[in-house]
Structure formats: structure tokens, C-alpha cells
Design a protein around this ligand. Structure first.
Ligand SMILES: [Mg+2]
Length: 376
């Protein structure tokens, strides 16, 4: 088949509530804002991509409005009518003409990946180099607000869904209580499930040194982004001082930041997120830097719908050493999904669809309903 020629790009805004709000260090996340990208080729085939924002520009620098405007005003004119030689070439083109704006670039690159796959009958993971695993282990996030509630929910997730790793959020305003709650949860699941705690940049080095000894002693597997993203010298000291995983998340903004963090040993693991990194190609480069530096990998999420989650799963399936598994639980946390088939986990593992492309199809009625709701 001839190369993909991009004939049309459409964006649709969808706002979707979370089943249960998630309290992070910076505030409470109640909904996700999605920009759905549809890309059409010269033969009328369609590829899909998703950019996701956590209710506003609180977690990262982009808002849903900014993502949509960047795609409509800059990426669309750049790409319409052009031929795509391959996904790596497209990624370089996007990176050259649009700085930052990672979620916008990711949505467009993902749609092209899906479309290239549909045109050639290959799966997205095949185009990204080939899958080395067919399933991805998925952690579960506990956010009821109390240790008793979290342990109860964790027991259910352990027994009924097969999760073997839990993720907790730690607030800056109540770190003492959250650390005590985390320790109770770690103890309740000791020997059965691992626990990762995410501080979302909420601590400084003094606070980290106050809380980490207790968490390490209790058996915490890893702490995610304890310090502000820019403080990589202090993150390097924590990585050397403690024997737990120090996972970089917000500090990663693309391959260049990954190289700086790896060179300074300012993390022991990288949390991957195509939506934060600027697309699947950039995330693969970050994974390569981690592998070459002896750092571990955690497959992250922006709480995407099934679309973005499956796109991430295709990418994570190409990574041999997924030391900390993944947190691809987005579709299970949102009130309504946009997939034509329900999102499935089997024994705590996501089964990567076989394709072609992402192997994903939309529930068009649901998309139309959510689009109307977002425009109200
Ligand atoms: Mg995080």
C-alpha cells in the first residue's frame, strides 16, 4: 500500500467524570478532559488518538482548550495533504515545528500510528518495533481517604480483579496522616501486593527525609515524584540515600529531560507517559535511556479512556523489562468510556489487542453524547 496521505483531522472535546475523585498533592481531580483526534487518509480510513488533561492545567502545563487550539491552529495546517513516511518521521516533523505541547503531539502521533496500522494490517506495537509481551500487569489506585476503606477496597481489587500492586496519593497538607495510612496499607498487604506512593511534587528535601525512612522501613516499593520536578540534585541525593524506587514522573518532559535525570542518577525508575512525553516515539526513546542507564520502568497513565490506555499498552508491550508494571487503570476510574467494547482486565493484566492499528473502535453514540455535554 502507498504511504499514508493525511486528508482530514478533526478534534472533539469530551469531559468525563471520575467515579471517585482522586485527591492529589495539588488538589482534587474530579474529571478528565479529553481531546479526541480523528485522522483520515486518502482512502477514507480513520485513525484515532487521545490527549488527556486532569481537569485543567494543574498537573502539567496544558489545558484541554490549549491542546485543541494547538492541534487546530498549528498541527492541522502542518500535516494536511502531507505524506507520512513512517511514525518516526512524523514524530520528528511534529517536534521540529511545535515545541512543548506534549499532549497535543501525542494525540496526533497516536492517530497516525493507528492509521498506519490500519492501512498495513499491522498492530501498533508491531509498528513500534514489535511486542515482547502480550499482557501488561496493572496496579490499582486506592483513594477512599481512610486506611480502613483503602484496605477494604484493596482486598476486593486483590481478590476479584487480581491486582498485585497498589498506588497511593500523598497530599502535602496532610502528609503525616497519609504516610501513617500508607504504612497501614503496606502492612495489610505485605508479602501479597506491593505499594507505590505518589507525592506529585508535594515535598521538599526536608520533608522527604522526614517521611521516607518510615515508609522504607514499612516496605514501600517506591515513591513517585516526591520533589518538585526541577530539583534533580536533591532527587539524586534521595536516590542514593534510600533503598526504594525513586520514580520520576513530572520531572520527565521528553527524552532530553530523561537523559539529564539518568546522567545525574536523579531517579531509580522512570514512569512513562506518552501524553506527557510528546507521543509514543518520544516515550520509546525515554525507555531506551532507562534501559541503557540501568533504570527501571513503570508504565504510567494520565487516566486516559480505553483509547489512550490501549495506545499506551501497545507501547509498553514493546518493553522487555517493565520492572514496576503499569497503572493502566484509567478506563476503570471513569464514569463513561468511549470504547465499543468494555475494557477488560484478566487476573490484574491488560490484554494488548492484536490490531490492526490500536485494535480499538469507538462507541459513536457515547462520543456524541459526551461531546454534547462538554459543549453545554
Ligand atoms: Mg505521578
Amino acid at each position: 500500500m502507498t504511504h499514508l496521505k493525511i486528508e482530514r483531522i478533526d478534534t472533539t472535546r469530551l469531559d468525563i467524570d471520575l467515579k471517585q475523585p482522586i485527591t492529589m498533592s495539588f488538589g482534587v481531580v474530579r474529571s478528565i478532559n479529553v481531546i479526541l483526534v480523528r485522522m483520515r487518509d486518502q482512502d477514507g480510513l480513520e485513525g484515532l488518538g487521545e490527549a488527556t488533561v486532569l481537569g485543567g492545567p494543574f498537573w502539567g502545563g496544558e489545558s484541554a482548550e490549549a491542546v485543541q487550539a494547538t492541534i487546530e491552529a498549528y498541527l492541522k495546517p502542518l500535516l494536511l495533504g502531507t505524506k507520512v513516511q513512517g511514525i518516526g518521521a512524523l514524530s520528528q516533523n511534529l517536534t521540529r515545528f511545535v515545541r512543548g505541547n506534549a499532549a497535543a503531539r501525542n494525540a496526533v502521533e497516536t492517530a497516525a500510528l493507528d492509521l498506519i496500522g490500519r492501512r498495513s494490517g499491522r498492530s501498533a506495537s508491531e509498528i513500534l518495533g514489535g511486542a515482547v509481551r502480550s499482557t501488561i500487569p496493572v496496579a490499582w489506585t486506592l483513594s477512599t481517604g481512610s486506611a480502613e476503606g483503602d484496605i477494604e477496597e484493596g482486598e476486593r481489587a486483590y481478590a476479584e480483579q487480581g491486582h498485585r500492586r497498589f498506588k497511593l496519593k500523598i497530599r502535602r497538607s496532610s502528609s503525616n496522616e497519609d504516610v501513617a495510612r500508607s504504612i497501614r496499607i503496606i502492612e495489610a498487604f505485605r508479602g501479597r501486593a506491593a505499594v507505590i506512593a505518589d507525592v506529585n511534587q508535594g515535598w521538599d528535601e526536608v520533608a522527604a527525609n522526614r517521611y521516607l525512612p518510615r515508609l522504607q522501613e514499612a516496605g514501600l516499593e517506591g515513591i513517585e515524584q516526591p520533589l518538585p520536578a526541577g530539583d534533580i540534585d536533591a532527587a539524586a541525593r534521595l536516590s542514593q540515600r534510600y533503598g526504594i524506587e525513586i520514580i520520576a514522573d513530572e520531572a520527565l518532559t521528553g527524552p532530553d529531560s530523561a537523559f539529564r535525570i539518568a546522567a545525574k542518577r536523579a531517579a531509580t525508575s522512570f514512569g512513562l507517559k506518552p501524553n506527557r512525553d510528546g507521543g509514543p516515539t518520544a516515550t520509546q526513546a525515554i525507555a531506551a535511556i532507562a534501559a541503557a542507564s540501568g533504570l527501571g520502568i513503570y508504565g504510567g497513565t494520565m487516566l486516559e479512556t480505553s483509547l489512550g490506555t490501549i495506545a499506551s499498552a501497545h507501547l509498553y508491550a514493546t518493553i522487555d523489562e517493565l520492572r514496576l508494571g503499569s497503572e493502566l487503570f484509567g478506563p476503570l476510574r471513569i464514569v463513561e468510556d468511549i470504547a465499543s467494547e468494555p475494557f477488560k482486565l484478566v487476573d490484574g493484566e491488560l490484554i494488548v489487542p492484536s490490531g490492526p492499528g490500536l485494535g480499538f473502535s469507538l462507541d459513536e453514540d457515547r462520543v456524541a453524547f459526551l461531546a454534547r455535554k462538554a459543549n453545554e
